[in-house]
Design a protein around this ligand. Structure first.
Ligand code: SF4
Length: 406
């Protein structure tokens, strides 16, 4: 396929594809899907080998947000039955982080709900970062606290934060349909502030919110322009009790095309498979490892992921390896540029799941001799059907008395 040859050539040279080429990836057929994965996989291996970086989410403050992001279970007016708690103490956060590090995570992502931190919040997160760094040698810490005011990124950097996450989420044209309490430009400004303070910038998207292919290409091109070191790709978890609860419009195949397109547009960037992987990719998760070089281990912010051990087994079974603490994630040219800007590292997102019951149904009627029932094939669940059975609200780890999943 000429398209794929062209995209591989460009990816190996870190050259930006055209919008038409990116759109064409999203328009490929199911018959072409493995060719698309193989082509994007070549680009992934060129810059990241077969390494998979593990990241671990710690939700420092859950729920009760005054903002109205439609996709979010923590939003203003959310009826989702999620955990709600205020700031974890530094030692509680550090304990949760240590579980992730013990499970193989190289990066801990400290996330708090809210529009943005107060100066008092920055002080408490700084204490938490210091506690985590003291107790977990070599761990990378990324903060995700919402919109930053002047000087806050510098304070986080001084406290030892390596990275800051703030996602663009969707295209500028559709941003107002998703959120009314802040703007797309507010988000761009925060990513720019983090970058300017020497923090490794992490910014990504959420797919599956009813956006068009053109919107997806717009947001990924906008991310390339912002030049974050890492790009988390979330797939919407349509939580009951949120405005997007009925937006079940992703299939595993569509998710793979979106990840491939992101890899072609951001070839040398840490592309992270984030929230929604278990819910939407389901048994196709291992194929996604050929496209992304980073995933979250264990649970997400407000929902549960598959068991941490299942993540590790999947990586090994698919022929990939967990990236060790001593390995630099980013390719040399990016790592050098980051070091020159004053930061030593590279970056997050959020997302959910539970085991699916396959809708089997009872056996049929009698055979011709009136003897036994013929075995019937199990009923298949269509790939685009709503899978609310796979969404489970987090009930363990940070903010609870139960052990975390790592
Ligand atoms: S995404 Fe962040 S800012 Fe938006 S509602 Fe959720 S917690 Fe609040």
């Amino acid at each position: 396929m000429d398209l794929l040859n062209t995209l591989v050539d460009k990816g190996l040279r870190r050259e930006l594809p055209t919008r038409e080429e990116a759109l064409a990836v999203l328009a490929t057929s199911d018959d072409e899907l493995l060719d698309v994965v193989a082509a994007a996989g070549q680009v992934r291996r060129q810059w990241f080998g077969r390494r998979v970086k593990l990241n671990y989410l710690v939700n420092l403050k859950s729920g009760l947000c005054p903002e109205d992001c439609s996709y979010c279970s923590q939003r203003l007016g959310s009826k989702a039955d999620i955990l709600k708690y205020t700031w974890l103490k530094p030692d509680e956060a550090s304990k949760a982080a240590a579980a992730g590090v013990a499970g193989g995570a190289k990066r801990v992502c400290l996330v708090a709900s809210g529009r943005g931190p107060t100066d008092r919040d920055i002080a408490r997160v700084s204490e938490t970062i210091e506690a985590i760094k003291e107790q977990n040698e070599g761990v990378e810490v990324c903060a995700c606290l919402g919109l930053l005011a002047e000087g806050q990124a510098e304070r986080l950097r001084a406290a030892g934060a390596d990275a800051y996450n703030h996602n663009l989420n969707t295209s500028e044209a559709t941003y107002g349909d998703i959120t009314s309490t802040h703007t797309y430009q507010d988000r761009v400004d925060t990513v720019t502030k983090a970058h300017g303070a020497g923090l490794s910038a992490c910014s990504g998207l959420i797919a599956g919110m009813g956006e068009s292919d053109a919107d997806l290409v717009d947001v990924v091109f906008a991310l390339r322009e912002l030049d974050p070191d890492s790009v988390p790709v979330n797939f919407l978890i349509p939580f009951e009790g949120t405005p997007l609860a009925k937006e079940w419009n992703l299939t595993p195949q569509r998710c793979l095309r979106i990840l491939a397109m992101t890899r072609f547009v951001c070839p040398d960037v840490e592309v992270r498979l984030a929230g929604g992987r278990e819910v939407h990719l389901r048994s196709m998760q291992p194929l996604a490892l050929h496209l992304v070089n980073s995933i979250f281990l264990g649970d997400y912010l407000t929902s549960e992921g598959q068991a941490g051990q299942a993540d590790l087994d999947m990586i090994a079974d698919a022929g990939f390896e967990v990236e060790g603490a001593g390995t630099t994630t980013l390719p040399r040219h990016r790592a050098d540029a980051l070091a020159a800007s004053g930061c030593g590292t590279s970056p997050t997102g959020c997302g959910s799941h539970e085991d699916g019951a396959c809708g089997s149904h009872e056996g049929g009627g009698c055979g011709p001799c009136g003897g036994h029932a013929a075995p019937e094939a199990p009923e298949q669940v269509p790939a685009d059907q709503a899978r609310t059975d796979l969404v489970s609200v987090r009930r363990r780890g940070a903010g609870t008395d139960l052990a975390p999943n790592a």
